[in-house]
Design a protein around this ligand. Structure first.
Ligand SMILES: NC(=O)c1ccc[n+]([C@@H]2O[C@H](COP(=O)([O-])OP(=O)(O)OC[C@H]3O[C@@H](n4cnc5c(N)ncnc54)[C@H](O)[C@@H]3O)[C@@H](O)[C@H]2O)c1
Length: 335
């Protein structure tokens, strides 16, 4: 993972000719996934403009690029329009973990709807290609397993997750409406559970929860009987998939995720082992509307983008474990 070097030097970036160099906007670029995408775009030699309001993101995730001549940070809330010249828009701005998106559900829906509308308006004006980071949550509590892109989903429109799930569904609708009516060149990635360094340790998601509990020597808490299944992809695989989708010519929605499936209980045991912890694993009551099964069918990504995950879940968990250990050691988070 890139971070500020002791000598204050920037990571080396590729030299591109003017015709190869693109102006890349990454909304949500100070967040977990966005900051890794910014890293990759910078290393590839592009001009990167990061747009973020710091709701869940932070400057530390980008500190190694601040002041670089190819990098620009704009503190901006995407619910407001933005006028900027660019060639590509990766639209990631939106809180992704339940604890954050449920904090203010109205704001979450506004971010999904108005934010996506504003970024599509920008794409239309400057003729930029637009990629929406949608989610597997559009499938809700799926009746189809694994989920293919043709599945329409089973979402509770008034449940506690609706602000996020329905927000992303309407964002997809908007995206394809701009494509059909105004000819905007669009891509939609349906992202499945992703983890890796810079993931907020307190965001309440399964991987961060288990790892932090294991590293602190606390009980690992499973909500429900532990038989629900999840799949987890490492963040570098996701970044590969987003770039392949953006730069390819396939414009229908594409699942990007790792189809290796774990029962939650089995996953908790693996995390505990990787962290070298002897914590207990305990069960608590299940959470409302928490889907029982979630696993992507990634045939489309494989066939249309030539993409498939390269990282094993275990090696990714080990990297994240090292990252959290570093935060604990530095006192950035409480031990
Ligand atoms: N991480 C996952 O497992 C996952 C899964 C499916 C989809 N996604 C999608 O990927 C994207 C990034 O997720 P993440 O995990 O990096 O989340 P994150 O919370 O770490 O990052 C989101 C970023 O968006 C910014 N943001 C939020 N609202 C904003 C607004 N109104 N204006 C400007 N910036 C705003 C936040 O400050 C943050 O930097 C999101 O769109 C999310 O829905 C993520």
């Amino acid at each position: 993972m890139l971070r500020v070097s002791r000598t204050g030097e920037y990571p080396a970036v590729r030299a591109l000719s003017l015709s190869e160099k693109k102006r890349i906007v990454v909304t949500g670029g100070a967040g977990f996934v966005g900051s890794h995408l910014v890293d990759r775009m910078m290393l590839l030699g592009h001009q990167v403009i990061c747009i973020d309001n710091f709701f869940t993101g932070n400057q530390t995730n980008l500190a190694h690029w601040l002041g670089h001549p190819h990098f620009e940070f704009v503190r901006h809330d995407v619910v407001n329009p933005l006028f900027i010249e660019c060639d590509r828009i990766y639209h990631l701005a939106c809180p992704a973990s339940p604890v954050h998106y449920q904090y203010n559900p109205i704001k979450t829906i506004k971010t999904s709807f108005l934010g996506t509308m504003n970024m599509l308006g920008l794409a239309k004006r400057v003729k930029a290609r637009f990629l929406l980071s949608s989610t597997s949550e559009v499938y809700g509590d799926p009746e189809q397993h694994p989920q293919r892109e043709t599945y329409w989903g089973n979402v509770n429109p008034i449940g506690p997750r609706a602000c996020y799930d329905e927000g992303k569904r309407v964002a997809e609708t908007l995206t394809y409406s701009y494509a059909q009516k105004d000819g905007v060149d669009v891509r939609v990635a349906r992202i499945f559970n992703t983890f890796g360094p810079r993931m907020h340790p307190g965001d309440g998601r399964v991987v961060s929860n288990f790892l932090m509990q294991a590293l602190r020597g606390e009980n690992l808490t499973i909500y429900g009987d532990g038989k629900a299944t999840r799949s987890f992809q490492y963040v570098h695989d996701l970044v590969d998939g987003l770039i392949a989708l953006m730069e390819g010519d396939y414009s229908a929605p594409v699942n990007i995720g790792n189809s290796e499936e774990f029962e939650i209980e089995e996953f908790a045991e693996m995390v505990r082992d990787v962290a070298g912890s002897s914590s207990q694993i305990i069960n608590l009551p299940a959470v409302t509307d928490d889907p029982q099964k979630r696993k992507p069918d990634t045939t489309v990504a494989r066939e249309k983008l030539g993409w498939q995950p390269k990282w094993t879940v275990k090696s990714g968990v080990s990297e994240l474990s090292d990252y959290y250990k570093m935060l604990l050691l530095r006192g950035d988070i409480l031990a």
